[in-house]
Design a protein around this ligand. Structure first.
Ligand code: ZN
Length: 317
C-alpha cells in the first residue's frame, strides 16, 4: 500500500484495473477532425491539417509528460471479450473466446481473408455490423510509408494508435473485406507494417508535403496500370440483403494530416519493458507516442498489455 502522506497528489489510484489501450484526443484549431470532415475538406484549400495528439488514461484523466506512473500486475488477466478473469491470455482472449469469437479470427488481422461469403463467419450477425460498414484504405508514415485500413469511426484514432506522423485517405469502400483486398494488393508496392523501434526513433519527423504527394501520385499511377484494379477482380461481394454499393471511391489528392506527439527530442536508444519480465514498472512519463509510454529510456506498450489486471497509481510530482 502506498503511503498516504501525499494523497492530494494522486490523480488516480486504481486497484484491479484491466488495462485498456490509451484513449486519445487531439487538438486542431481548424475543425473537429473525423473521416467526414476529411472528405469534405477535399474541396477546400487546405492541403495539410496539423494536430497535437493528447492522451487520456480513461474518460477524464489526462496522461501526460511529467506525471509519475506506477503499474503493478496482479498476476491475473481479463478476457477482452467476455470480461472473465483468467490466468492466461490468448491474444487478449480467454481460450473459449479465442476459439469461437469472430473478433479473434484470423480475418481480423488479415481482412482480405474474410470468409463471410462462404457462410463460415464465426458470428455472422456480428460480422454484418462490424465488417460491413464504411472502411477506408489509407497511407500513413510511421517509420516509413505504409498502407493500412480502418473503420470510418477510427479516424484519426487508428493513425494515433500506430504512431503515424502523417496520414491521408486513399480510398473509401463499404466493407472490411473490400478494404482488406485493396490493402493486400497494394502490398506489392507498399509496406503494411511498421517497426516499433524505428517508429519511436522517428519522433515527429515526416516527409514533406511534396514527398507525400509524390507517393500518392505513384500509388494512383500504379493502380491505373494494374489489371487487378482496372477490371472487376478487385471488387468483392457483399451480402445481398445489406444492399451495399460496390463502388470504390478514390481520393487522388487527399488532405494530409500531420500528427504531433509530445515526446523527448533526442533519445537515441530505447528499451522495451513489460509486465511479464517484471510485474511492476514505475517512472516519470517523458513522452507518449502511439501506444508507447516513454519512461526515460524505457518504453511501455499499453496496447500489448490489454487485459492485464493491475494496480495503477498516477501521481503529480
Ligand atoms: Zn472470454
Amino acid at each position: 500500500m502506498t503511503k498516504r502522506v501525499s494523497i492530494l497528489n494522486y490523480l488516480i489510484q486504481k486497484k484491479n484495473l484491466p488495462i485498456s489501450k490509451l484513449f486519445t484526443n487531439f487538438d486542431t484549431s481548424l475543425i473537429k477532425l473525423s473521416a467526414n470532415t476529411l472528405e469534405d475538406i477535399q474541396n477546400l484549400k487546405e492541403k495539410i491539417i496539423s494536430i497535437q495528439v493528447k492522451y487520456n488514461l480513461d474518460e477524464k484523466e489526462a496522461l501526460k509528460t511529467g506525471l509519475k506512473i506506477k503499474i503493478k500486475h496482479s498476476g491475473l488477466f481479463q478476457c477482452t471479450s467476455c470480461k472473465k478473469n483468467i490466468k492466461k491470455l490468448f491474444e487478449g482472449f480467454c481460450f473459449p473466446c479465442f476459439k469461437k469469437k469472430a473478433s479473434a479470427d484470423r480475418c481480423i488481422m488479415s481482412p482480405n481473408l474474410c470468409h463471410y461469403n462462404l457462410g463460415t463467419c464465426r458470428e455472422p450477425l456480428w460480422g454484418e455490423e462490424y465488417c460491413y460498414q464504411p472502411h477506408y484504405v489509407y497511407l500513413s508514415y510511421t517509420d516509413k510509408f505504409k498502407v493500412g485500413i480502418t473503420r470510418q469511426t477510427q479516424i484519426p484514432t487508428r493513425w494515433i494508435d500506430q504512431g503515424a506522423s502523417s496520414a491521408a485517405l486513399l480510398a473509401k469502400v463499404t466493407s472490411r473485406h473490400q478494404a482488406g483486398i485493396i490493402e493486400h494488393n497494394l502490398k506489392e508496392i507498399l509496406h503494411d507494417k511498421s517497426h516499433w523501434l524505428n517508429m519511436l526513433k522517428n519522433g515527429n519527423k515526416r516527409p514533406s508535403l511534396e514527398e507525400f504527394q509524390d507517393k500518392i501520385s505513384f500509388i494512383f499511377n500504379w493502380i491505373k496500370q494494374n489489371e487487378i484494379f482496372q477490371n472487376k477482380e478487385i471488387i468483392v461481394d457483399t451480402p445481398a440483403h445489406l444492399k451495399l454499393s460496390d463502388q470504390i471511391e478514390y481520393f487522388h489528392s487527399p488532405v494530409i494530416v500531420n500528427l504531433n506527439y509530445d515526446i523527448p527530442s533526442e533519445v537515441l536508444k530505447f528499451k522495451s519493458i513489460n509486465l511479464d519480465k517484471s510485474s511492476e514498472i514505475e517512472g516519470i512519463i517523458t513522452g507518449i507516442k502511439g501506444q508507447y509510454i516513454f519512461l526515460g529510456e524505457n518504453v511501455f506498450n499499453m496496447r500489448r498489455h490489454e487485459g492485464y489486471i493491475v494496480d495503477l497509481d498516477l501521481e503529480e510530482i
